[in-house]
Design a protein around this ligand. Structure first.
Ligand code: NAD
Length: 360
């Protein structure tokens, strides 16, 4: 890979700020990426991963923080996009000193960046960060685990997609193939089972499979077979990049709607192919925005209330419908329509800055 030129990175996709952080004493090496703060402070989790080199960490952070700008905008939140990456092995390199040092760096940004959990980071780590900064969310006792909210939003988005495909948003009697029944998949299957959906699942972990079989009596297939299940809805709820040339030709469904991030291996190529196959695609970062809506409730509400969060998450139904409207209006695939929806909000709101407001 060509060595990344740092300003080239900032300019190419219009990033505002990249903060490189190192602290010898704690061993902290981190990159805090702030993509865009037009709508408000940049919110996005911190990921801890054993990246093979700095460039890989930088690229991951850049990609993820830009994704957060789009997700937060699409959710109608007054939040920009950011993400931090800590370079290290989450099983070996964690310490109190490391997370508190990281917290001090987050604090030094004065609220331009708000952090939360992501891959490799748990609530205890975030409590350590919180000892040094208030610019943290997803803490236990407040918005906490985002998965139930992500799952509920995904379920609501599925119903919006069903309305487009079948004229009714009832999922009763439909067949849904769920790839991955971890944190989000478990709660999603619960909603589906409660509505009388025929659910088929696949997962790598026996305990995750057992839980949904015992509680909801779902059917199970081997991980590699989930793509061949003839169904109404295929729900990617595990990994990114799983909609690709190999899997698309095996899918036999009317709708793709699931919580996994970055589902399309090559968005332009596979987003178009899905259209040509007459499959309705509910774009990932719109349908899986329930978790961030819940986190925003912790950031903005005077006191966090899970019921209010749930009511707001329900609006993902309308947001998916809006994506379909833009897709029809502009004659573009739905993955692209999601970007248009997000950009429309950012552009409209940036006009607010043209209006002078005297200081109070
Ligand atoms: P998780 O790690 O708890 O669950 C993922 C599950 O997928 C695991 O049980 C794993 O065994 C399974 N899996 C992995 N590879 C598989 C394969 N090839 N076939 C079948 N199963 C496989 O993760 P999660 O928190 O449930 O998140 C699921 C997806 O949703 C991820 O892509 C995540 O980025 C995305 N997402 C999650 C949230 C959230 O609130 N947790 C929010 C937005 C997006």
């Amino acid at each position: 890979m060509k060595k990344l030129e740092k300003f080239e990175c900032l300019e190419k996709y219009d990033y505002e700020q990249i903060v490189f952080v190192q602290d010898k004493s704690s061993g902290l090496k981190a990159i805090i990426n702030i993509h865009d703060t037009t709508l408000g402070p940049a919110l996005g989790g911190t990921r801890m991963w054993h990246y093979k080199d700095e460039d890989e960490a930088l690229l991951d952070g850049l990609r993820l923080s830009r994704g957060m700008t789009y997700k937060n905008a699409a959710m109608g939140l007054n939040l920009g996009g950011g993400k931090a990456v800590i370079i290290g092995d989450a099983r070996k390199d964690k310490s109190e000193e490391l997370f508190r040092t990281f917290g001090r760096y987050v604090d030094s940004l004065n609220g331009r960046y708000i952090t939360a959990e992501d891959v490799g980071i748990n609530t205890e780590d975030m409590q350590l960060v919180n000892q040094e900064t208030d610019h943290v969310c997803g803490l236990p006792g407040l918005s906490g685990d985002p998965s139930p909210f992500t799952a509920y939003g995904t379920y609501c988005g599925m119903k919006a997609a069903a309305k487009r495909a079948y004229g009714s948003d009832s999922l009763k009697g439909k067949k849904v193939a769920v790839q991955g029944v971890g944190h989000v998949g478990y709660y999603m299957v619960k909603h589906l089972a409660e509505e009388g959906v025929e659910v088929v699942v696949a997962d790598l972990y026996e305990d995750n499979i057992k839980r949904v079989v015992n509680e909801f009596g779902v059917e199970v297939v081997a991980p590699e077979e989930i793509y061949d299940v003839s169904c109404d809805i295929f729900a990617p709820t595990a990994l990114g990049g799983i909609i690709n040339d190999q899997t698309l030709e095996r899918l036999d469904c009317d709708i793709i709607a699931g919580s996994a991030n970055n589902q399309l291996k090559e968005p332009e190529n596979h987003g178009k192919k899905i259209e040509l196959m007459d499959i309705i695609y509910a774009p990932d970062y719109v349908i899986n925005g329930g978790g961030v809506i819940n986190a925003a409730e912790e950031v903005f509400a005077a006191s966090y209330n899970a019921k209010t969060s749930k009511r707001k998450v329900e609006k993902i139904y309308d947001k998916i419908q809006r994506v379909f409207e833009i897709s029809d209006r502009d004659g573009i695939p739905t993955y692209k329509a999601a970007d248009v929806m997000a950009e429309e909000r950012i552009n409209k709101m940036s006009n607010l800055n043209n209006l002078y407001r005297p200081k109070k």
